[in-house]
Design a protein. Structure first.
Lengths: 334, 323
């Protein structure tokens, strides 16, 4: 712990561009230009220790790319992120980086695809322990695996079973146990419950909250389900087409959403006890990220767009404790 | 008279270790123009009920008992050719994944025209006109150009609109929609649900909406059936089922959903999981997970009984006491 007061995670102008051009020969013969997809385009946020930042947004807005950047699965094209005061991407490349990787772990979306079907659950959970040489003695590993299984509500005897013998919710708990094996401080969860039924989702979310309280974990929680986000998070960031449009405390965001996109997303949630009420549908669709709109990326769908929105890209600005990127909010129009 | 009646439907899967009952004694009906929601966890038998009605049970699955009646005529025992004429003409289907339910090799127009000319006495030019009209009705901009595009040129939401247009092509009386919005974002989901609701109302088509999302049920349906382990646990008007559930399973299911209006430390959870088909518990299938069991629950299977405005398969309703 070099600096126990600052935020645990600080992303600064994080960006990732993918080259999706046609092959070189096609480009030469057909004179096609290079095509660059800006999946994440300059995202900045802090996550305090022991808290949860949730990222929400529609498919293709870059949520998962941010997750992969934070665990080091992608190299950022621009910007970077500091973990506990250290530039993480520089550190990942050094031999010391292995120590850092231990402290950052990830839970993936699909519990069917993220567990090796040929390995026993015991081996799956012990892999990080062996890989990072945290424990070397087999009996110690066995003990630790048993503890981990129990901490996520499974039985220690389950370690000899294979993933196919478990249901979706149980598999996701195995993924969580594996992620916790290295005693990480920061857990990146990419849609951990979206493949699960509501009742099973409740079980998994409860376990995640209990573990956070017990171990003081810090989460980056990615979801498209706003009700789940409201339950899990402390801070919420709303992403649209590769950029953050609003980031605020969860109560502020859900009670007084500022950005028109946030408002639209909130209006689109079905209201459970208000039967028969039609939702205000969000008009239009997410534009093609290869040809993003000029100015504010949201202007083609925004009811409050004006000439400035079409020509000028809004910057993130603090408005009453909320960071929001919208000309309308800044000018006091909305 | 009901448009669709399902009476004591049983669907079985023969296997080496004996016959597995995937649907057991399922009964409900749908009135003309009504939207019936069917909700439950994975493996509850929701999709299988839909497949049985459309006559698309995957072998070795088979209807092992009971009847399905459309406009008073049995359709569960029809020969393949006759069922084919009904499918599309009288019952339309919308499936979860709009990409796999469209043929990637044909333009959407060709697929629409094929459906129209199969079921309706129209020539090619009239069919094309009708196809364009259908695409317009389902909210696809520039339908005259889009009709010649291929499925991969459409976005997920637009593809689902095409699938809805296909389902409506021959003006069916009943649409079976199996998780039509599950693969879509919330914002697009709202668009599709609004469309489905309004377009079916205009045309007077009844809808059987299969989903696991209580929110979608709440805003769309007139009545809802909650399924558990191959049986109907509760069925009734959507408002009653959601606000005054009569079956402990429905109650648990509702409480699991994170609430937008209040903060809770922990969510309610139903412990355990849906039983497997080869080990459905004796008595009420829900009793090992239920918090309100009485002695009867462990050995006698409850049938649907009246509970307020709804019907629930729970012994707690027998004496008239609320669950």
């Amino acid at each position: 712990m070099s600096d126990a007061t600052g935020p645990l995670v600080r992303a600064t102008d994080l960006a990732k561009t993918f080259d999706v051009s046609a092959p070189w020969l096609n480009r030469v013969i057909e004179r096609k230009p290079k095509m660059l997809l800006k999946a994440v385009n300059g995202v900045s946020f802090d996550i305090e220790r022991g808290t949860t930042l949730a990222l929400v947004g529609e498919s293709g807005c870059g949520k998962s790319t941010v997750a992969r950047l934070l665990v080091g699965l992608y190299e950022p094209t621009r910007g970077g992120f500091e973990f506990d005061g250290v530039d993480a991407h520089a550190a990942f490349k050094t031999p010391e980086g292995r120590k850092l990787r231990r402290r950052v772990q990830m839970v993936f979306q699909d519990p069917y695809a993220s567990l090796n079907p040929r390995w026993t659950v015991g081996d799956i959970i012990a892999e990080p322990l062996r890989e990072h040489e945290i424990l070397n003695d087999e009996s110690d590993i066995e003990k630790r695996v048993a503890e981990l299984l129990q901490s996520v509500g499974l039985s220690a005897l389950d370690r000899i079973k294979f993933p196919h013998q478990f249901s979706g919710g149980q598999r996701q708990r195995i993924s969580i146990a594996r992620a916790l094996a290295t005693q990480p401080e920061f857990l990146v969860c990419d849609e951990p419950t979206s493949a699960l039924d509501v009742s099973v989702q409740a079980q998994v979310l409860n376990i995640m909250k209990d573990l956070q309280r017990k171990h003081g974990l810090t989460y980056l929680f990615i979801s498209h389900n706003l009700a789940v986000v409201r339950h899990m998070s402390d801070q919420v960031g709303v992403m649209y087409l590769g950029g953050l449009v609003e980031i605020a405390d969860k109560h502020t965001l859900f009670d007084t959403p500022r950005h028109p996109y946030t408002r639209m997303l909130l209006d689109a949630i079905p209201k459970l006890h208000d039967t028969g009420r039609a939702r205000t549908a969000v008009a239009g669709e997410v534009p093609n990220p290869l040809e993003p709109p000029s100015g504010c990326a949201f202007h083609p769908r925004c009811p409050n767009a004006n000439a400035r929105c079409i020509s000028e890209k809004p910057e993130m600005r603090s408005v009453a404790g909320v960071r929001v990127a919208c000309h309308g909010v800044e000018e006091g129009r909305i | 008279m009901s448009l669709l009646q399902v009476k004591n439907l049983v669907v079985e899967f023969p296997s080496r270790k004996g016959t597995l009952r995937a649907l057991d004694d399922v009964s409900f009906d749908i009135a003309p123009g009504e939207i019936l929601g069917v909700v439950g966890e994975s493996g509850a038998g929701k999709s299988l009920t839909g497949a049985a009605i459309i006559g698309l049970l995957e072998p070795p699955g088979r209807v092992g008992g009971g009847q399905i009646l459309l406009e008073g005529h049995r359709i569960d025992n029809l020969p393949y050719a006759q069922m084919r004429a009904i499918r599309g003409r009288k019952i339309g289907a919308i499936f979860q994944d709009p990409l796999t339910s469209l043929n990637p090799l044909y333009s959407v127009g060709r697929q629409l025209i094929e459906t129209i000319t199969t079921h309706l006495p129209l020539n090619a030019a009239q069919a094309r006109e009708r196809a364009i009209q259908l695409l317009q009705d389902t909210g696809i901009p520039a339908a005259e150009q889009r009709i010649d595009h291929y499925p991969h040129q459409f976005s997920g939401g637009m593809r689902q609109r095409v699938v809805i247009a296909l389902a409506l092509a021959a003006e069916p009386k009943l649409i079976v929609a199996d998780e039509p919005t599950t693969a879509l974002d919330v914002s697009i989901q709202a668009q599709i649900i609004t469309l489905l609701k309004s377009i079916c109302k205009q045309r007077g088509a009844a809808v059987m909406l299969i989903t696991h999302d209580m929110g979608v049920i709440a805003e769309t349906c007139d009545r809802v059936a909650v399924m558990y382990a191959g049986r109907v646990a509760e069925i009734g008007p959507v408002h009653d089922v959601i606000n005054r559930p009569s079956h402990p399973y429905t109650e648990g299911l509702m409480a699991c959903i994170p609430d937008m209006s209040q903060d809770r430390e922990n969510l309610h959870q139903i412990d355990g999981a849906m039983p497997r088909l080869n080990s459905i518990p004796q008595g009420c299938a829900f009793n090992p997970r239920c918090t309100k069991t009485i002695t009867k629950c462990g050995n006698q299977r409850p049938n649907l009984m009246t509970a307020g405005n709804s019907q629930a398969a729970c012994w707690l309703n027998e004496t008239g006491g609320a669950a």
